[in-house]
Design a protein around this ligand. Structure first.
Ligand SMILES: Nc1ncnc2c1ncn2[C@@H]1O[C@H](COP(=O)(O)OP(=O)(O)OP(=O)(O)O)[C@@H](O)[C@H]1O
Ligand SMILES: [Mg+2]
Length: 219
């Protein structure tokens, strides 16, 4: 694999709620570490201390508390902090950086998922400002049917005391648009995306990710 990120490798995990991104990212980090790779993990929003404050603003409270532009600006502010403080410094040291969500989440949720806001150029322009031509080397899209994903996240929510439900409290049609949006993004950039069927057991999904990664790095 020729990476566009000269020294390290930048890998993102994408998909809707309950797809298993966080579980699988942790397992994949462990796999890489067991193979003597230096790994840094981050998440968006909220990969840094300042980013956590932005995350809190974004994920708590009423789902209509921000207009679309304000919401998007907050996501890109968080992304800029994550890129400058975490992602680029680690890649410059030759590490593998794993991010739980990245720019595709913004496009999937705020463009494809939202039916009231339809100008993707705003997001593409902001991405260019905060990231330039930088891109993930690999994006794992954990694809799952909406019902199964939501069932998983509702189960998780019942066992948690946290209030991060702002994006879960939306309708099924939204989650369908989100899923189709992600698949459309994957179609646009097949060299970057790897679509993983995330409906199996955790072990099955981990195995698929590892196999796809091993295959990709040999290409
Ligand atoms: N393959 C799986 N089979 C069954 N349950 C799973 C599987 N993968 C994850 N889960 C469970 O589903 C829930 C959601 O998983 P996880 O938190 O990793 O999803 P996520 O994609 O990070 O979701 P979110 O977008 O809400 O952060 C967790 O409780 C997790 O234990
Ligand atoms: Mg998660």
């Amino acid at each position: 694999m020729t990476t566009s990120n000269k020294k390290g490798v930048f890998i993102t995990f994408e998909g809707g709620e309950g797809a298993g991104k966080s579980v699988q990212l942790a397992r994949f980090a462990e796999y890489l570490q067991n193979h003597n790779q230096e790994v840094v993990t981050t998440r968006e929003p909220g990969g840094t201390e300042t980013g956590k404050e932005i995350r809190r603003l974004l994920v708590e409270g009423d789902k209509d508390k921000f207009d679309e532009i304000t919401e998007i600006l907050l996501f890109y502010a968080d992304r800029r902090i994550d890129l400058t403080k975490v992602i680029h410094p680690a890649l410059d040291k030759g590490k593998i950086v794993l991010s739980d969500r990245f720019n595709d989440s913004t496009i999937a949720y705020q463009y494809y998922g939202s039916n009231k806001f339809a100008d993707r150029r705003i997001m593409d322009n902001l991405y260019q400002i905060v990231a330039g031509d930088f891109k993930p080397d690999i994006t794992f899209l954990l694809d799952i049917d909406v019902k199964t994903g939501l069932e998983r996240s509702f189960k998780k929510a019942q066992t948690m005391t946290n209030k991060e439900l702002r994006f879960e409290n939306v309708d099924i049609a939204f989650h369908e648009r989100l899923r189709q949006g992600y698949l459309e993004l994957a179609k646009q950039e097949p060299e970057r995306f790897i679509i993983i069927d995330a409906s199996g057991s955790m072990d099955e999904v981990s195995q698929k990710i590892i196999e796809a990664y091993e295959k990709r790095i040999k290409e």
